[in-house]
Each structure stands twice: as structure tokens, then as C-alpha cells.
Design a protein around this ligand. Structure first.
Ligand code: FES
Ligand code: FES
Length: 157
């Protein structure tokens, strides 16, 4: 076991873990932030997506030792009041079905819109291709990203 200092959602945590422990389990079991989900455990579904220094990463495949002293953001950290344009758009469009994949979908969408505030359908399909939804909500997710994009662009004028 080793001790790691993690910066999650702008808060410092010190955790004890084996170096290869996936960040996902540290976030969920040690820190208690359970919005990030376990789907496949092999970096194939996107349910566990968090941001590392602003970029989307699969926390099931990221060792805690590689995450120390970097800026980690989970679904709980994208807004303080559920008022992020992506969260609002998800509600407006009623994007989720069972909901299981959706925190990962939202994290990928937030990262996309930070890189590209006005993504095309092709940009969206490319950026979201690693996030699997077994309920097939892809059309609503794409629509929600366009809704969020509009709000982000209106807000920046
Ligand atoms: S649980 Fe990490 S990609 Fe599926
Ligand atoms: S909403 Fe059910 S898996 Fe995506």
C-alpha cells in the first residue's frame, strides 16, 4: 500500500491504495463519489469516464498512481447546482433511459464542448463513440449536445 494525494473536484484527498488500483475504485469506495459507474472494467464502454486535467479518461483503466497530483473531475464536480449547460440539456431532452451509462456520456460531452463549443454531428459521433449505451439513447444524446452547445455559445456572447 502507498499513500496518494488526489485532487478531485478541487478538493484534496489522501488515500491509501495499491499503486495499480484503478482510480474508479478509489473514487467510489475510498472517496465515496458514486456517480462514476463501473461497466466493463476494460476501457471499452465509457461508463467510468472522468476528466484528468480536462481530458476524458477511463477511470477503470487508470491506476491511482498515475492520477496523483493531477486535476481529476467527476460528474459531481462539473457544477455545484446541476446547472451545467450539458446537465440542463440532458434534462430538457430527457436523454437517459435506464441511466447507467449517462454520467460517462455527460463527462465525454462536457469535454467535447470545452474543446469544440459548436460540434458537428460528425464531431459528436466521433467524440462519443467510446461511450456505449445499451438502451440506444444515441439520438437523444446527440440532440442534447446540440442544445447545450447553443446555450454555451449564447452565454459567451
Ligand atoms: S467501466 Fe471503464 S470503460 Fe467500461
Ligand atoms: S441509458 Fe441505459 S445504458 Fe444508456
Amino acid at each position: 500500500m502507498a499513500s496518494y494525494k488526489l485532487n478531485i473536484n478541487n478538493k484534496e484527498y489522501t488515500v491509501e491504495a495499491e499503486p495499480q488500483t484503478p482510480l474508479l475504485w478509489v473514487i467510489r469506495d475510498e472517496v465515496g463519489l458514486t456517480g462514476t459507474k463501473y461497466g466493463c472494467g476494460i476501457a471499452q464502454c465509457g461508463a467510468c469516464t472522468v476528466h484528468l486535467n480536462g481530458a476524458p479518461v477511463r477511470s477503470c483503466a487508470l491506476p491511482v498512481s498515475a492520477s496523483a497530483s493531477q486535476k481529476i473531475t467527476t460528474i459531481e464536480g462539473i457544477s455545484t447546482n446541476n446547472e451545467h449547460p450539458v446537465q440542463k440539456a440532458w434534462l430538457e431532452v430527457q436523454a437517459p433511459q435506464c441511466g447507467y451509462c449517462q454520467s460517462g456520456q455527460i463527462m465525454s460531452a462536457v469535454a467535447l464542448l470545452e474543446q469544440k463549443p459548436s460540434p458537428s454531428d460528425q464531431d459528436i459521433d466521433q467524440a462519443m463513440s467510446g461511450n456505449i449505451c445499451r438502451c440506444g439513447t444515441y439520438h437523444r444524446i446527440r440532440k442534447a449536445i446540440h442544445v447545450a452547445s447553443k446555450e454555451i455559445n449564447n452565454g459567451s456572447k
